[in-house]
Design a binder for this molecule. Sequence first.
Ligand code: NAD
Ligand code: MG
Length: 378
Amino acid sequence: MSVGVAILGSTGSIGRSTLQVLARQRERFRVVALTGHSNADLLAEQEREWRPAFVGLVNGNGKGEAGRRKGTSCLVEAATHPDVKIVVNGIVGAAGLEATLAALRAGKRVALANKETLVMAGELVTAAAREGGGEIVPVDSEHSAVLQCVAGRRPTELARLILTASGGPFRTWGPERVSRATVAEALKHPTWTMGKKITVDSATLVNKALEVIEAHFLFALDYDHVDVVIHPQSIVHGFAEFVDGSVLAQMGFPTMELPILYALTYPDRVPDQGVRRFDPVAAGSLTFEAVQVDRFPAYVIGREAARVGGTAPARFNAANEVAVQLFLEEKIHFGRIAEVIERAVAEDTHSGGDANSLEDVLRADADARRLALEVACC
Ligand code: NAD
Ligand code: MG
C-alpha cells in the first residue's frame, strides 16, 4: 500500500522538485493533496498528471478552477486530509505556520522546507509534534545532512553542528557595491536554483540565520553549539561533531531531490536513480572560510534575535519577509534590508516577549511587519 503525500506549495521550487522525486517513486507514494498559491495553470497541469483527491488554490480567480478548494483554509484541509501520512510543506514564509501545526497535531509527518515556520514558533511547533504524535523531518539540505550524520546516535552524543553556507552572489563584493546591488544580481545564486525569497535570503545570509534557529529546534542544541562556515562549492551540506571530537559530514552535488527523498523515506534509504552520482574529482577543491560578519549585518541581527528568544525570531522573520518583498519590488535598496530588519526587531530585543501561544506569535509577526513598512517608508 503506497503512502499518501500532501504537497503544500506544489507550484513552487520545492513543490516541483518533490513531484520529480515522486515520479520515480510511484510504487511507494501517491499524491493525495496539492495546494498552490496563484499559479492556477501549473496547478491544473499537476492535477491532470497526479489525479489527487484534494486540490486547493489559495488565491484563485475562479477561471477554470471548478472543484478546487479556495482560500487559506485549504492549506489546513490538505495538511490534515485523512489519507495523508506525509505533508511536504514547501510554502514560503509565515503563511505555512498553521498548516504545519495542524498536520503535527493530526499525527502526520511534516517534511519541512518551510523553515520560517520553525523560526517563528519553534516552541509551539515542537510542542504540537509531541502532543499530536506527529514528527518534523527537515527538507532543508543542511538539516537533512545533519540528520543523516546523527541517525542512530543518542542526542547526548552530539556536541556541535556546523552548517555550510555558499556565501551567495556577494561573497567577494565590497560593502559599497553590495548595498546598491540590483534584484537581478541578488537573484543570481552561484550554486542553487530556488524561489526568489530564499535566493535573496542567501545573498543577505538571513537564510543561514533562519537555519541556525531551525537547527536549534530540530536538534535541541543551544546556539553556542550551532556554527556556520562559508563553503562556496556547496558540496558539503553540514557537519555533526560528537562528544569524542569525531566529525561526520554529508556531501553531494547540490540538489534538493536527495533531501526531499530522505525526508519521505526517513529513517530508511531507498534505491533512486534520479540524481547525479557523486564524483570527488568532478567536485574538485573544497574550501571553507569564516563568515565575515561585517559583510552580512542581517545575519548578525538574526543570531542576536535567536539568542534573545521568545518572539524575537518571529519579529526577525516577519521584518525580513517585508524587507525582501520591498527589495524585490525595487522599493528599497539591497543595503536597506538589514536596516529595516534591525529597526523592526529593536523594540523587542531586550524583553524577548512571550511566544507561548499562537496569538503571541501572530501579534509579534504583525507588529514587526507594520514597523518594517513604517521604517522603509512605503
Ligand atoms: P517558491 O517561491 O518557489 O515557492 C513557494 C510556493 O509556496 C509557491 O509556489 C506557492 O505555491 C506557495 N505560496 C506562496 N505564498 C503562499 C501563501 N501566502 N499561502 C499559501 N501558499 C503560498 O519557494 P521555494 O524556493 O520552493 O521555497 C519554499 C520554502 O522552502 C521556503 O521556506 C524556503 O526557505 C524553503 N527551502 C527552499 C529550498 C529550495 O531549494 N528552493 C531549499 C531549502 C529550503
Ligand atoms: Mg538550506
